[in-house]
Ligand binder design. Structure first.
Ligand SMILES: Nc1ncnc2c1ncn2[C@@H]1O[C@H](COP(=O)(O)OP(=O)(O)OP(=O)(O)O)[C@@H](O)[C@H]1O
Ligand SMILES: [Mg+2]
Length: 203
């Protein structure tokens, strides 16, 4: 459980969140993708980032694989490490969002409790959190298999592979639900952008 560390005091800055939003002409938030490997999280996240930047909204992706090259290179795929992976990403996305950026995360994030912790962290800080479920049947993800991971997992070379030998807990109420086998990448981006516009999170 998070607790207040001893001898540490939060130092408030001079710029409030609303003043920052006024100055930057945009609101910070986190768009949290979740879904099976090969469901299309990174593909749609990249297209969304491009779309937002081209309309003048600063956005930045935190991608599962990329983050494991650096910040989270010391973590594996055990349930404990997956939880720590997501905890750190939740904290980092919160910082990006607090800075006024649209933080776009693309992690399998298979456990509901971990995603709910990320959501709560944002809710407690008063920062919008938009969960996007990249939903695809395992059979389709397995056919796509762009990194050959399902093939390895079926061969028993990757223990604890989500959808094959580890569970994926579906979101119960994602803000945006995309069936990526029935939607083009462009349509998926439009679906997310329309949600963000309707909630006045981008303008
Ligand atoms: N409508 C679609 N939306 C997204 N991706 C699609 C779609 N149709 C086909 N694809 C393909 O599916 C694959 C999705 O791979 P991608 O790397 O984006 O998945 P991911 O969810 O990020 O997986 P991982 O968790 O392993 O990082 C890509 O090869 C992409 O081109
Ligand atoms: Mg990815």
């Amino acid at each position: 459980m998070a607790s207040t560390p001893a001898n540490i005091t939060w130092h408030e800055g001079h710029v409030s969140r609303s003043e920052r939003a006024q100055l930057l002409k945009q609101t910070g938030l986190t768009v949290w993708f979740t879904g099976l490997s090969a469901s299309g999280k990174s593909t749609i996240a990249s297209a969304l980032e491009q779309h937002l930047l081209h309309r003048g909204v600063n956005a930045y992706r935190l991608d599962g694989d990329n983050i494991r090259f650096g910040l989270n290179k010391n973590l594996g795929f055990s349930p404990e490490d997956r939880a720590e992976n997501i905890r750190r990403i939740a904290e980092v996305s919160l910082l990006f969002a607090d800075s006024g950026t649209v933080a776009i995360t693309s992690f399998i994030s298979p456990y509901r409790a971990d995603r709910d912790s990320a959501r709560k962290l944002h809710a407690d800080a008063g920062i919008p959190f938009v969960e996007v479920y990249a939903d695809v049947p395992v059979s389709v993800a397995e056919e796509r298999d762009p990194k050959g991971l399902y093939k390895k997992a079926r061969a028993g070379e990757i223990p604890g592979f989500t959808g094959v030998s580890a569970p994926y807990e579906e979101p119960e109420r994602p803000e945006v639900h995309i069936r990526t086998d029935r939607t083009t990448i462009a349509e998926a981006v439009q679906q997310i952008a329309a949600f963000l516009e309707a909630r006045k999170l981008i303008f």
